[in-house]
Design a protein around this ligand. Sequence first.
Ligand code: COA
Length: 282
Amino acid sequence: MATRDLLIRPVRPADRDRVIELTKDIWAGHDYIPNVFDDWVSDAGATFQAVEVDGVVVGLQRLRPYAPGLAWYEGLRVATSHRRQGLARAMLESAIAEAREQGFGEVRLATGNPDAVRLFESSGFRRLVDARWWRGSRVEGGESARIPDEAEAARLWPRISGTPGTELYHGVVADFNGAGDLGAAELARLASIGMLRVGPGGRAVAGLRRPWGDNLAVSFIAGQGGSLRELLIALRFEADADGLDDVVVTLPRDHPAADDMHASGYDFANADDHSYIYALTL
Ligand SMILES: CC(C)(COP(=O)(O)OP(=O)(O)OC[C@H]1O[C@@H](n2cnc3c(N)ncnc32)[C@H](O)[C@@H]1OP(=O)(O)O)[C@@H](O)C(=O)NCCC(=O)NCCS
């Protein structure tokens, strides 16, 4: 095994070319790491690491604080030339130890890669969300949904937390940039930054996340029936008003709102993909 001279160390600006090279054959050249490299390498608040074997960078990972007690793990990559040698496992173990040392209570992550799923599950991570993506195109001519204030947002939670399917989020927002705890505090936080939408009568809510493309991105919905359908349609109006292409909703697999989604003009966007959120309690 080629891990004899393995060194895990911070990524440096001078690693840029090598990082771009090693990510070239990941995801058919669509890896996002080259786009975020400059931000990541200059972010002193996170731990962005490279693994070197015999003096050459052959892997990457990042651990980032994103909510009290929570660290987000992302950017795990091993060069195709060095796979199946235990490098990812060694890096992950080191990141977990680092998270413990820094006093985090939990590490969470998102992945769609079945190989990585095996690694994370064998390292003790538990699956929280089995995410499916739904897409509804923009539609003209209607009102956007209301943004509640913080106090109202917090009061909404006890009313909608028990609606069917909400339990399938397993207590987290399905935000693949960092999954926070789903609850009254998160609703209030989202409302305070204009990222929460409420349906008629407060019987449905949608939490927004930072989008990856020209869309309105929803990381969770809760509620049911007419209120939920009106909210889902209002999101499509909002996409149009904002000049966005569509609305993308992350919904756990087998969520009972599937009927409401279809009735509101949404379709499955990733029938073949698997995307999960995992967590490890430290
Ligand atoms: C996923 C990835 C990081 C694994 O790196 P690696 O160094 O080859 O992984 P390791 O050798 O440490 O293997 C660790 C475990 O992962 C699983 N695994 C890794 N590659 C696998 C494969 N090709 N087939 C099946 N299981 C695999 C196994 O459970 C393995 O444990 P085992 O060797 O005891 O069976 C690497 O394939 C990669 O960079 N993929 C592309 C980027 C990506 O998808 N990253 C994950 C994003 S979260």
